[in-house]
Design a protein. Structure first.
Lengths: 233, 284
């Protein structure tokens, strides 16, 4: 047996980034606690998805935004080792800053051209109080920002749907509306499993055929249900 | 020396393996490889690899890839061997650049049309394709990477992702085609799109003093299996070293194992590698 040609082999990285609103309004009616619970509950399911596809290395990070934006989990952490530290709420809604710091990390380098499309999940219950357009522009200026799978979850009726639609930038995909803890858990679970699984596939497609802008097939949405007596947000 | 005759200056080899992810999901290998003449030896040779789009919207892309390598190698082989004025490289170059991309796309679409006529798309396939789109050839979407080597020139044609690298006698690696910035984040140009011919990258290189010792063609599952590009580019010199030390047959014997290891420890995608080897004294 001759030695295998070439350098070191490696699975393809898949970056998954939570972008979480931690403004003061998230403290009302248990939203922030519900978000912490939903993400914690989703981690073992993400680990299961990652185990099913060992050719994708799922790396998770998190950004929090309120009076500013900081990395809550700054190191891209293998999902097998990922632990969620609870977020707390207080302050305003610096969503634009959050998108800017994500954009910085999506540059090539540190990102790799051979990576799988990253998954960005923006969760918010309100309206940006800073330069959202500037932050979004910074994100979209990066090739991996434009080609990321961008999912938005609106918590409660006060979330700014138009802003979240601009983040998604795809008419075929609307913000997910969570008006109670159960629906938030459902949506977090969906993005953590179904979307993650789709994004971790190496399947290619024609760029010209991608008129929707979706370079990763988005799986069917979980049943959103209509307005419910359980709605608290 | 196993060559068919004294004029044989090139040999072809290659292998395609099903991706680890496709093994898990039950999907077929959607890559394909083909060379002409079938003997894999001669003074001129054509080798092609193709990658069928893996997305569910392309339910027959494995067939599309097979049809792509078959039609492209036949067409380019006929082109190379049929040049009435092969000494006039300017004319050959112009025809290669202007006529071949259109002819390859046309031949592929005709082959796909015949396949559809003989094997109509099922309801499930039509659903996957999306009924609003009337162009059924999209079900067969695939890339095509083709290299022709001849007495006096080397011709490189590529539509979509994948890689071509050349290795000189001294082991220096280069890429004969310019980078296409659109090939990013699982998206590729494709034989199945309108005006696909215009998305071809073509390079015509007359052989003057030195020809490549080795030319490698790969579908994107192979470079994506390496941690970085340097690791992939090392494949060329490493294979050249093995051929010189142990012969091309040694490479052929090991290729399936190497590529299988690559998809399992790397991208999980189908992996295909084609090899054109020029230096007769070291081959076989």
């Amino acid at each position: 047996m001759s030695m295998r040609p070439g350098g070191e082999l490696a699975t393809r990285p898949l970056h998954f980034i939570w972008i979480a609103d931690c403004s003061g309004s998230m403290a009302i009616d248990g939203k922030i606690q519900s978000l912490n619970t939903a993400i914690k509950e989703a981690i073992p399911h993400m680990q299961d998805v990652a185990d099913e596809n060992p050719n994708a290395q799922v790396l998770v990070r998190a950004v929090r935004f309120s009076d500013g934006a900081q990395w809550h989990v700054s190191q891209a952490t293998d999902i097998a080792d990922f632990k969620w530290e609870d977020l707390d709420a207080g302050g305003v809604t610096a969503m634009g800053k959050a998108l800017s710091i994500v954009a910085d990390q999506l540059k090539i380098p540190p990102m790799d051209e051979r990576a799988l499309p990253p998954v960005l999940v923006l969760i918010s219950d309100g309206q940006p109080t800073d330069d959202f357009a500037g932050g979004l522009q910074a994100l979209m200026n990066e090739p991996w920002g434009r080609k990321a799978v961008r999912i938005a979850i609106a918590i409660g009726e006060d979330a700014d749907q138009e802003v979240l639609k601009k983040f998604i930038a795809n008419p075929e995909l609307r913000p997910l509306q969570a008006n109670n803890p159960e629906s938030l858990i459902k949506y977090i679970r969906w993005v953590s499993t179904a979307v993650l699984k789709s994004a971790s596939s190496p399947a290619s497609q024609s760029a010209a055929a991608s008129t929707s802008g979706l370079n990763v097939p988005i799986p069917a949405l979980p049943d959103a249900g209509g307005p419910s007596a359980d709605d608290v947000w | 020396m196993n060559l068919e005759n004294d004029t044989a200056r090139w040999q072809a080899a290659g292998q395609s393996v099903r991706g680890a992810a496709h093994e898990r999901s039950g999907m077929p290998n959607q890559d394909a490889i083909c060379w002409r003449p079938d003997s894999g030896a001669g003074s001129s040779l054509v080798l092609a690899v193709a990658d069928g789009h893996g997305s569910s919207r392309y339910p027959r892309s494995h067939t599309g890839a097979s049809l792509a390598v078959e039609t492209a190698t036949q067409l380019v082989h006929d082109f190379v061997t049929g040049q009435a004025d092969a000494e006039n490289l300017s004319l050959v170059k112009r025809a290669a650049e202007e006529w071949l991309p259109r002819a390859i796309v046309r031949a592929w679409r005709e082959a796909v049309g015949e396949h559809i006529n003989a094997n109509p798309l099922s309801e499930i396939e039509l659903d996957a394709l999306g009924r609003t789109n009337g162009d059924l050839t999209k079900a067969y979407g695939a890339t095509i990477v083709t290299v022709a080597v001849a007495e006096r020139f080397v011709l490189y044609l590529q539509l979509g992702d994948g890689e071509i690298m050349t290795v000189s006698d001294q082991g220096a690696v280069s890429k004969p085609l310019v980078k296409d910035e659109r090939l990013f984040a699982n998206e590729t140009t494709s034989l199945c799109t309108a005006d696909a011919w215009s998305d071809f990258r073509v390079s015509f290189q007359p052989i003057t003093n030195e020809q490549p010792a080795l030319i490698l063609l790969a579908t994107d599952g192979y470079p994506n299996s390496f941690r970085d590009e340097a690791g992939f580019l090392k494949v060329g010199p490493d294979i050249l070293t093995t051929i010189r030390a142990e012969g091309l047959d040694r490479v052929k014997d090991n290729l399936e194992t190497w590529l299988t290891d690559s998809t399992h420890a790397g991208s999980g995608d189908d992996v295909t590698l084609g090899i054109l080897c020029s230096f007769v004294p070291f081959c076989g």
